[in-house]
Structures are given as C-alpha cells and as structure tokens.
Write a protein that binds this ligand. Sequence first.
Ligand code: NAP
Length: 305
Amino acid sequence: MPETPSLSPAWLLTGMGGVLGWGASEALPQHAPVVIAARQRSPLWQDHVGVHLDLATPGSIQRLVEEIGPEVVVHAACLSRAADCAADPERTERINVQAVAELMAAAERVGTFVVYVSTEQVFSGTAERYFEDDRPDSQDVYGASKARAEALVLAAGGAVARLPLLLGAQVDHPHGQLRCGADTAVRLAVQRGERPKLFTDEWRCPVAADEAVQGLWRLAASRRSGVVHLAGNQAVSRYQLGVMALEASGLEAQEIKPSRIQDFTGPPRQARLELDCRRAQEVLAWEPGDLRQSLARLSGLPRVP
Ligand SMILES: NC(=O)c1ccc[n+]([C@@H]2O[C@H](COP(=O)([O-])OP(=O)(O)OC[C@H]3O[C@@H](n4cnc5c(N)ncnc54)[C@H](OP(=O)(O)O)[C@@H]3O)[C@@H](O)[C@H]2O)c1
C-alpha cells in the first residue's frame, strides 16, 4: 500500500475486509473517490488506493485522517467477534473505543464528517423492539465497547448507523480467515457435509450487506448527525434464516439441527434484537429488500475473489 494517497477530497473507508466490505465494494459511493484503510489489502479493493492502518497502534487513525484530509470517514473497523472481545477486553478498548476517540479529535481538526458503523449488539435484547433513541444497555464486552464508541461519535456531531446480522458473499481474506454473511456461512457448512446447529430462540432482522451499505452512503452524503438503524424488515430465528438460505440455494433444509441459546457455552447471547428503521426510511428514503428475494439474489453470488 502506498504511504500517501493522492486522492482528495476522498471518502476514507475502514474495516472493509469483511462482509460489510463486500457490500461496499458492490455498491460504491457515488460522487467521491474512496481510499481504503486496512491492516492488509483485501482482494475486494485491489483497484483502489489503499493506506495502512492498524488501530492497535495509538495515533494511527489520527495521523491518517490528518494526512488525507478526507471529506468523510466511514469507520467500520473494529474487533467484532464477541468471543475475541470477551477474551481481551483491553485490546477491545484500544481498538473499539480509544481509536474512535482519536478519530473524532482528528475529524474535528480537519473538518471531516464521520459515519460510525455500529451494531444491534449495543442492546441487551430484553426489549421487543429497539428505536434509534433507546439507550444502549449491552453488558457484553463487544456491545458495551461499541456503545461507548457511539457516544463519542454522537458527542462530536457524527453519525451512527446500527446494523443487524449481515448477509453476503464469502471473502477469502489475506489473513486466511474466512469472512462471510450468515447465509453464506450456513450454505458453506452444509456443502462441506456438516450439519450446523442453529438457534430456534435467537431472533434477528438480517439485511444484505450491499443493501445496508446503500444506507451508509446516503447517511454520509446527507451529513446528518445522530443515529439511524439499517436493518431488515423481517424478524427470523437463526434456524429459520438457515432454512431460508438453504432453500434459496436449492439445498436440503433438514441438514440444519435446531438448538437453543441455553445450550450455548460461549459469551451470553441476546435472544431478540429487532431494530426499528423508521428514521432511515424517513430521512434517507432507505428501505431494505424483501428477505427471501435478498437471499435468492445472494445465493447466486460467486466467491470473492
Ligand atoms: N457482520 C455482521 O453481521 C455485523 C453486524 C452488525 C454490525 N457489524 C459491524 O460492521 C462492521 C464491519 O464488520 P464485518 O463483519 O464486515 O467485518 P469483520 O469481518 O468483523 O472485520 C472487521 C474489520 O475491522 C478491521 N480491523 C480489525 N482490527 C483492526 C485493526 N487493529 N486495525 C485496522 N483494522 C482492523 C478488519 O481489518 P482486516 O480486514 O485487516 O482484518 C476488518 O476489515 C463492524 O463495525 C461491525 O461492528 C457487522
């Protein structure tokens, strides 16, 4: 990756090596060149200007923002696996919270608008449905770190987009770690001859990553501060989602074994996370696609790269 990018004013995108990054690469922002900041270049972004960023290093994002002077930063990079966060709360605090504080300080100096990519997991899952102004109340290390980062962004006049469980393609990442949407993960497991166990009592409103990203770009273009939710409009259990994803691919749904959250031995899980998206509909004219249609569309995707 070159040390100093020549594109300006650009939109700087972080955390684009995973399923959200696949969505972003499918639906690029209009009107602005993009610079990708990452630890290692993802095959998704070979044709784009890339700069090195490791949020574990204090001051790294600050330096980058001050060097590039981007119009917008869409900040999605974080430690995002709940188990990894629970195993290393100190690293989680550094990457998920302190780096965001540095980003906001630099953004204020440079005049950059920040869109922070957050998660439904800022909530504990005890309410039937969550609205944009509900107070985050997650007790787990990941969710609580994302909630603290949200507060920093909002206090500095930035925007927060909370996303649900994402659907999307498989990305073969340079670190060797497989990244893919929840639908693809089930399909790949069945194709490998496994019989995945999926919760019948964990409810989510999944959305295709490329559809969610359309909302992110609109939010960035609007320069509207505050919180929006960009989730699907149908609540399904993990088990139902798996069945629907297999059906959309012509695979046998009986390959999935039903299980319950109480049988899970990892960090506590939220039973129901349903995000109300009315604000995104009103202010961004953003609507998710129909879940079955999105799954059918995604089932035909080739593997990346
Ligand atoms: N996937 C979901 O279902 C879901 C649901 C709700 C919200 N989200 C949010 O969406 C965003 C992206 O999630 P994802 O699932 O697409 O990605 P992911 O596969 O979990 O990867 C996270 C991204 O953060 C980057 N990152 C991690 N540590 C970093 C560090 N020290 N320095 C620089 N970059 C670092 C990774 O970079 P590398 O590519 O270099 O590893 C990767 O691109 C996150 O903010 C997450 O909270 C995701």
